[in-house]
Every structure is written in C-alpha cells, then in structure tokens.
Design a protein around this ligand. Structure first.
Ligand code: FES
Ligand code: FE2
Length: 363
C-alpha cells in the first residue's frame, strides 16, 4: 500500500532521452516515460488498452507511441488516436496518464489523479543544478527491500558510527548524540551537531588539503519529506569557528539530495547526489566524493538487505523500540496517516468523480 497524493522521483532527467521509451515501476504501477515533441516528459500506464501489451517495447513516433502488438497509437495524454483499419476510436480507448514535472535534473511524478497534482508540494532541490554549487554525478542504487526500511535508515544517523565506521562515520561518540526532531507540515526536520571531534574519514583528505588538520565541528541538519525525500545541510568547520551560529566562512558545505521511491512492496529506487560549495571546478573532487558516497551507500544496502531477509524469514518477529527510533516512528506514522486519509476519501468519493477522472486522463 502506497500514498498516491504526493510527488515521487521517477528518475534523473538524463535517463529519458529524446528518442527513448523508458519502462519503470513506481508504487507497484508499471509505467512508460518519454518526451513529446516539445521535450516535455510524459508518463502513462505501460499497458496498451487493447490487449495489454507494454507500450515501453513499442515504437516512439515523434511525440506519440505506437503499441507494436497490433498498432494502436497513443498521444501524450494517453488517448488512442489511431487504430489500424478502423476510423472510429472507442471512447474507452485510452491509458491512464500521470502528472510529471522535470525540475533540477529530477523527474517527479504524482501518483494520484493528475488533475489534483500540486506542484507547490515538490521539495526544493535547486542545489542539483545551481551554478554556485558543484554536484557529483547522478547516483542511483536499487534495493530489494520495502522502501520504508531505507527511510528508517535515513531517519537515524546513529548508524554512521557502526555501518560507516570507515567512511561517513569514524567515531562511536557520534551515536551517543540525540538529534533534535521537529515536525514539518509534510515531514520532519532533524538537527545534529557534533562538536570538536576529528573529521569523518571521507573528508579527512579534503580538509587536510585545505590546511584543516585539527578537530572540526560537524553538522547533519536535514528535512525528510514525504514520501522519502532527504535534503540535508551538512558540513565541517574548524572546531570553535562559529558554524553553529552561522559563521560558515571557513567551512566546507554540502547540500545532499537523496530520495527513496518505492518500486514494489519489496523493492525501491534510491537516487542521490551531493552538491558542494568548495572545489567547484575540480572534477576529480566530484569523482572522489561520488565514490566515497557510493561505497558508504553500498554499506547501507548490505545491512538493510540482510535486515529485510531476516524480517521476511520470521513475520512474527517483534522489534524492540528505543529512543533512536523516534524520527522513523514518527515518519512511518505520517505515511500511515496519509494512506488512511486517502483510503477514506476514495471510499467516500461520489461516482461523478470517478467519471471525471476518466475525462481528466485526456486533459
Ligand atoms: S495489445 Fe496493443 S495494439 Fe493490441
Ligand atoms: Fe547510511
């Protein structure tokens, strides 16, 4: 069961070329993405309304797509506009279309009714293409676990001390800290400062090259937004230089953008990139950071995949909650609440809305 009325990241803009049909499953729905003649990305159910063949294995014809089983042709709204050997197109000859927005290199899709899509709810990730920030190349991992296990991981950074001891973490003291957790309208804000300690392994060399050889103040402050979007202000500054009060002059800063998008109940997509405000013209720094981060995220994937297999092996296992679980408990509650509200709204929806849904598919 997934939320429908929210924006999921379907992929990187660069994954959808001018001439390609891209198949991707999101929230259990098999979808096809392509660009129309103006370059806009469209998304439809990846299932021809005739006899159900996938459109993603069809043929792109300009801004339209032809099913290569019996030749039905669809426009970007999902309307069938041609049936070989037949002039009349039945009114039901359409496939569902989804609202899509391409923004800052990410392709966002609204899994609810397209006419209700609210672009103002798309989280701000402008650092991904802001010329004042340098970004690592597009990152992507695939998980064979339910997406909420990955969200859980991102909502509790105490694991840095153990899972990432040689990459992002470096000290067991980090796990002793408790983050400040605040509620946002559609998520949580998490604040964590780690003062006057040696830097994390993944930046030690970078800091040394800048003459920062001593202890540092470190911060990991992020918003975690439904359905699983992490936008983090993080960085390292010389210990005691005032970064906590806003003095970032001698700091190196990142604006990590990461997103977890469910594929099925037992798999998900994970996209990430690390914009930074230093060494902006150094591709070797981008490359080194990308590989450091990828190594760390593979560490996450290994432990979370093992965890999922353990949980699947014994459905009666009861986890023992502790203080570390506060943020992830709250976030799971937010997701459950929204699903409950959407189910109640669907159950009470008058028949007219269902009919309206069909006409909206053409719009
Ligand atoms: S299944 Fe697509 S045209 Fe027949
Ligand atoms: Fe991690």
């Amino acid at each position: 069961m997934f939320m429908k009325n929210c924006w999921y990241v379907a992929g990187w803009s660069s994954e959808i070329g001018a001439d390609t049909l891209v198949a991707r499953t999101i929230c259990g729905k098999r979808l096809v993405f392509w660009r129309d003649e103006s370059g806009q990305i469209c998304a439809l159910d990846d299932r021809c309304c005739h006899r159900g063949a996938p459109l993603s294995t069809g043929r792109k014809e300009g801004g339209t797509v032809r099913c290569m089983y019996h030749g039905f042709l669809y426009d970007a709204t999902g309307a069938c506009i041609e049936i070989p050997g037949q002039a009349a197109i039945p009114p039901k000859a359409l496939v569902r279309r989804y609202a899509v927005v391409e923004r800052h290199h990410w392709v966002w899709i609204w899994m609810g009714e397209a006419s209700t899509a609210d672009e103002s709810l798309i989280p701000d990730t402008h650092w991904l293409d802001d010329p004042d920030w340098a970004c690592t190349k597009p990152g992507r991992l695939h998980y064979d676990v339910n997406y909420q296990l990955v969200n859980d991981n991102l909502l509790d950074f105490s694991h840095l001390s153990y899972v990432h001891a040689n990459t992002l973490g470096g000290s067991e003291e980090y796990a002793q800290l408790r983050s400040k957790i605040e509620r946002l309208p559609r998520g949580l804000r998490i604040t964590r400062w780690f003062m006057d300690r040696p830097p994390a392994p993944f930046v030690a060399k970078l800091l040394k090259a800048k003459g920062m050889t001593g202890n540092v103040d470190r911060w990991n402050n992020y918003d975690f937004i439904l359905p699983g979007v992490l936008i983090m202000d993080s960085g390292f500054a010389p210990a005691g230089s005032g970064a906590e009060r806003g003095d970032r002059e001698n700091a190196i800063q990142f604006r990590h953008c990461q997103v977890v998008t469910p594929e099925t109940e037992n798999s998900c997509h994970y996209l990430f990139a690390q914009p930074r405000n230093f060494d902006k013209d150094k591709p070797d720094v981008s490359e080194a950071l990308y590989h450091s981060i990828l190594t760390a995220f593979e560490e996450d994937r290994a432990v979370i995949t093992d965890q999922a297999q353990n949980l699947a092996a014994d459905p009666l296992f009861e986890p023992v909650a502790c203080g570390l679980d506060s943020a992830l408990g709250q976030f799971r509650w937010l997701i459950a609440q929204q699903i409950k509200q959407e189910m109640a709204a669907d159950a009470g929806a008058p028949r007219a809305e269902v009919v309206g849904e069909r006409s909206a598919k053409f719009g």
